[in-house]
Design a protein around this ligand. Structure first.
Ligand code: ASP
Length: 346
C-alpha cells in the first residue's frame, strides 16, 4: 500500500516535472521581441534642459517606441516596426530628421536615410533628398523595389515619384529653432576662419549631431535597423554623413546584431561603427554590450568622435552606449523591460 502510494507520488512528481519542463520548453520556443530607438546624440546639457522640453522629448519617444512595440507584439516584422517608429520621429519637429531637419549652409534641407534587413542582408539608402516627406520610407522602397542599395539627390527624388511616395516642398522641413541654429553656426563659421572645412570642424557638437533611428527583433527572430537624419547644421558641398552608409550608420545581420548610430558622421564612416560592433560580436564571440561599449567608449573616444548607438542582438539583448553628453533613447522588450532616458546614469 505504502509502496503504491510512493510510486503514485513519484509518478506525480515526474509528471509535474515533465509538465514544468514542457512549460519551459514552450516558453523558450516562443521568440522574444524587442525594439530600441534613438532621437539623436544630444549636446544639450542636463542643467539647461527645462522640465517642459524633457517632457516633450520623452512623450514623443514613448509614442514612437509604443507604436513599434505594438506592431512587433502583433507579429509584424522588425522592418515594419522600425519604419513606423522612425516615421513618428521624422514627423516631429523635435528631432533632426524629416520635419525639424537642420539647414544646409545655403538654407535648405538635404535628408539622408537607410535601412537594413538582418535576415536577407538586403539594404536601401538615400542621400541628399530635398522633397521626400519620409526619407526612411524611400530607403525601404530602394531596398525593395530597386536593384540598387543607394540612390542620391535628384535621381532618388525621381525614383520616389515613380514609386508614389509623398512629395513636399523643401520648406515643409523648416523650423524656427533650426533656422536660428543655422544663423548662429554661420556667424561662428565667418568669425572663425576663412577655411570653411577647418572652421566647420571646430563648430561645437550641438551643430553636428541629431538623428533618429530604430533597431528591432521580431517574433520570427529577424533583426532590422534604420536611421534617418538631416545631417549637420550648415553642411555644404553635398556633404553626406554616416546615416545613409550601410555599415557606418546602419547595419543588421541576424548572425550578430542590428545597429543604428548617431553622432559626428565623419568618424562613424571612418570607423565603420555599426558593422564593426556586429563583427566584433560575431568574430570575437563577445556579448553585444561589450562590443558596443568598446567601439563607442574606447575606439571612438580615442579618435575624437562623439555620439552613440542603439543595438540589439538576436536574443533581444539591447545596448545603448554613448560618449556624448546625452542621447535621446528608449527601449521596450517582451520580457517586460522598458526604458526612456536622455542623459548618463538614467
Ligand atoms: N550622424 C549624423 C551625421 O553625421 C548626425 C547625427 O547622427 O547626429 O549626419
Amino acid at each position: 500500500m505504502m509502496k503504491n502510494k510512493l510510486l503514485k507520488h513519484g509518478l506525480l512528481v515526474s509528471l509535474s516535472m515533465l509538465a514544468s519542463l514542457n512549460f519551459t520548453a514552450v516558453q523558450a520556443f516562443e521568440s522574444s521581441f524587442a525594439i530600441a530607438i534613438h532621437g539623436g546624440a544630444g549636446a544639450i546639457s542636463k542643467s539647461k534642459m527645462t522640465p517642459e522640453q524633457r517632457q516633450a522629448y520623452e512623450a514623443k519617444l514613448k509614442e514612437a517606441i509604443d507604436v513599434g512595440y505594438q506592431l512587433l507584439s502583433q507579429g509584424k516584422s522588425s522592418q515594419k516596426a522600425i519604419i513606423a517608429a522612425i516615421q513618428i520621429m521624422e514627423a516631429s519637429p523635435l528631432f533632426n530628421a524629416g520635419k525639424g531637419a537642420v539647414y544646409t549652409f545655403e538654407g535648405e534641407h538635404e535628408l539622408d536615410a537607410s535601412i537594413m534587413n538582418g535576415e536577407t542582408l538586403n539594404a536601401g539608402a538615400v542621400s541628399g533628398v530635398k522633397t521626400v516627406q519620409s526619407p526612411i520610407a524611400l530607403a525601404e522602397k530602394v531596398m525593395e523595389e530597386s536593384v540598387h542599395v543607394m540612390l542620391s539627390g535628384e535621381g532618388a527624388e525621381n525614383f520616389a515619384k515613380k514609386v508614389g511616395l509623398k512629395e513636399v516642398e523643401n520648406s515643409y522641413f523648416n523650423t524656427e529653432r533650426r533656422y536660428k541654429s543655422l544663423l548662429r553656426a554661420k556667424k561662428k563659421l565667418i568669425e572663425k576662419d576663412k577655411d570653411f572645412q577647418a572652421a566647420h570642424q571646430s563648430l561645437p557638437l550641438e551643430y553636428k549631431v541629431g538623428t533618429v533611428g530604430a533597431v528591432a527583433l521580431d517574433k520570427d527572430g529577424n533583426l532590422a535597423a534604420g536611421t534617418s537624419t538631416g545631417g549637420m547644421t550648415a553642411k555644404r558641398f553635398g556633404r553626406i554623413g554616416d546615416a545613409p552608409i550601410i555599415g557606418a550608420g546602419t547595419y543588421a545581420n541576424n548572425e550578430s546584431c542590428a545597429v543604428s548610430a548617431t553622432g559626428h558622421g565623419e568618424y562613424f564612416i571612418r570607423y565603420h561603427v555599426a558593422a564593426d560592433i556586429c563583427a566584433r560580436m560575431q568574430y570575437q564571440n563577445i556579448p553585444l554590450e561589450k562590443a558596443a561599449d568598446v567601439v563607442i567608449n574606447k575606439i571612438l573616444v580615442e579618435a575624437g568622435g562623439s555620439g552613440g548607438v542603439i543595438a540589439i542582438d538576436a536574443k533581444g539583448n539591447i545596448a545603448m552606449p554613448f560618449n556624448s553628453e546625452g542621447m535621446y533613447r528608449a527601449s521596450k522588450s517582451s520580457n517586460g523591460q522598458s526604458f526612456i532616458g536622455i542623459f548618463h546614469n538614467e
